[in-house]
Design a protein around this ligand. Structure first.
Ligand code: VG1
Ligand code: CO
Length: 558
């Protein structure tokens, strides 16, 4: 019976620190068995609560009625983790937790809910695009009151607390029902189980011209959306079928599974091959899209055409005024450093500022809060805007549909016309996954040591202009982040960037980002791998990748 749980005891449990709870690019990600170790999750959650000033000890009375948002992408261990966190929130003095029904909230929906209900913050359970299941990955991150990922200052504080933790607080209580919307109590905590979809779908409807998209679809424009067995399934159903009247066969893999159907819920040409085959096959639909484990990434496809995420950001920026939510124009744009400079060219023409930040969405939050930027994006299939403080997969898909509906042109024509006007930033990323950490560090150290010899050196048609290890000073709060990726910049504006991933859970993942600018329409039909082949060769040569890692070919090319 809702509200009938008996008064519960707060337990203080003695614990010892784990030394590996350092959040990466987006929260703490580890294999499920690591999270299942005794007190592992509890330690990290207590470290979060201690870092954000736990409401019960916080001197500001306002925080004693603090509300937290809680939900995850539904992967294996989601439900267990939610029960633990609810009982810990109760023991740590929170007044209320808003939890998505079934424990589900996509990352963008969590950000939407934090902002809409002006909560204290939120905890999102996800390892995003990493595989799930008992031997897969699990993850947890904290978002602040603006709805965005906690900035480095907070994640560093959480890590510091996790290394010194001696105890955590939890309530001794039975599990709470997560499968029926309504209010429940644990101790003094109210647990409100909410519809995870409706607030988010309403927000989307407020930004885009749903009636134009409905007309497009009813006129025979065929779409295919692949949720990759992950969290966006129910969101896509409500939006595409429920609100845009698309036929049922517009959806695929839209029932979330705890192991994502044993797949890798990463929407790129490699892992979303099922969708790619359909869009490149006979009788292909007009438009294809996919999103990742937690719903914040997107891949956009036209019929037999792939839009790179960097181009997508540039094209959305150039066409933003076609969407009702952006009719007034954009304040500015931001992209992560490895993302191509395609959007910079659009910003220059629109005469709006363009910011270059380190990898990870947490660096966009301050810029959006200060109203300096409206759209942001990353080359890693992430695009979003100041409507929330996370990247947003379905938002990008709807934005594209809005543009297609308004321009009445195919995805391919829109992209090609964009290149004809702005030139093409030919782009690719090569990932070398699960290489031994020492070898990966060796490649990075070797490159850094070579900086001096590289400058001024010519390789084929390219000459190195300068090299650096990217660092960023936030223009809003003045904080500096160093060691964000090694850049080899060539005199013609082309670049190679080397960076180690901060989301992997096995060994190290080395990412090589390649970019060349080509204004000549006669070359725009070229496949990116052939257009970039010379740069790919240079990257191999200067990094000594093959001798140092034994790898001749990347694991994933995007
Ligand atoms: C990767 C991407 C980065 C993205 C991060 C989180 O990080 O490169 O752009 O912000 O994943 O995305 P890394 O450190 O592995 O390169 V997701 O969809 O996990 O929330
Ligand atoms: Co994600």
């Amino acid at each position: 019976m809702p509200g009938s749980l008996s008064a519960n005891t707060v337990l203080t449990i003695a614990t010892t620190p784990y030394n590996d709870q350092k959040p990466g690019t987006s929260g703490l990600r580890k294999r499920v068995p690591v999270f299942q170790q005794p007190h592992y999750l509890e330690n990290f959650v207590q470290a979060i609560f201690d870092s954000i000033a736990p409401p019960q000890t916080c001197p500001e009375p306002g925080r004693r009625d603090a509300t937290l948002v809680l939900g995850g992408d539904g992967r294996y261990f989601n439900r267990e983790a939610i029960q633990i966190i609810l009982k810990m929130a109760a023991a740590n003095g929170f007044a209320r937790v808003l939890v998505g029904c079934g424990g589900i909230l996509s990352t963008p929906a969590a950000s939407c809910v934090i902002r809409k209900y002006a909560t204290f913050g939120g905890i999102i359970l996800s390892a995003s695009h990493n595989p799930g299941g008992p031997d897969g990955d699990f993850g947890i991150k904290y978002n602040t009151a603006n709805g965005g990922p906690a900035p480095e200052k907070i994640t560093e504080a959480i890590f510091a607390k996790s290394r010194k933790i001696t105890q955590y607080r939890i309530i001794d209580a039975p599990d709470v029902t997560l499968d029926a919307i309504g209010d429940y109590t644990i101790g003094d905590l109210t647990v409100s189980v909410i519809d995870p979809v409706s607030d988010y779908a309403d927000l989307m409807e407020s930004l885009f011209d749903f009636s134009a998209i409905r007309t497009l679809i009813s006129g025979g424009f065929r779409i295919k959306f692949d949720a990759m067995h992950a969290v966006n399934g129910p969101y896509a159903r409500e939006i595409f079928i429920g609100r845009l009247n698309a036929p049922e066969n517009s959806l695929m893999n839209c029932v979330p599974l705890p192991d994502f159907g044993k797949g890798h819920p990463d929407p790129n040409l490699t892992y979303a091959h099922e969708l790619v085959d359909i869009l490149y096959g006979e009788d292909a639909p007009d438009f294809g899209a996919a999103s990742d484990g937690d719903g914040d990434r997107n891949m956009i496809l036209g019929r037999r055409f792939f839009v790179t995420p960097s181009d997508s950001l540039a094209i959305l920026t150039a066409n933003a005024k076609l969407a009702p939510g952006y009719q007034a124009g954009l304040k500015g744009v931001a992209r992560s450093m490895p993302t191509s400079a395609a959007v910079d060219r659009v910003a220059r023409e629109l005469n709006i500022p363009c910011f270059e930040t380190p990898t990870g969405w947490k660096f966009f939050g301050n810029l959006m809060d200060a109203d300096k930027v409206t759209l942001c994006g990353e080359e890693s299939f992430g695009t979003g805007s100041s409507h929330i403080r996370e990247k947003d997969g379905l938002w990008a898909v709807l934005f594209w549909l809005n543009i297609v509906a308004s321009r009445k042109q195919s995805v391919e024509t829109i992209a090609r016309e964009h290149w004809a006007h702005f030139g093409r930033n030919v782009y690719s990323r090569h990932d070398y996954e699960a290489i031994p950490t020492d070898a990966a560090n060796g490649v990075m150290a070797h490159l850094k040591e070579s900086f001096n010899q590289l400058v001024g050196k010519t390789f084929g048609s390219y000459t190195v202009d300068c090299c650096d290890d990217f660092s960023y000073t936030d223009p809003v709060d003045g904080s500096t982040s160093t060691g964000q990726g090694l850049r080899i910049l060539f005199t013609d504006g082309s670049r190679i960037v080397f960076r180690l991933s901060g989301t992997g859970t096995e060994g190290a993942t080395l990412r090589i980002y390649l970019e060349a600018y080509d204004p000549d329409v006669a070359n725009h039909h070229l496949d990116a791998q052939s257009a970039l082949s010379e740069l790919i060769g240079i990257a191999g040569q200067i990094s000594e990748l093959k001798t140092r890692t034994g790898r001749a070919q990347p694991t994933v090319i995007t």
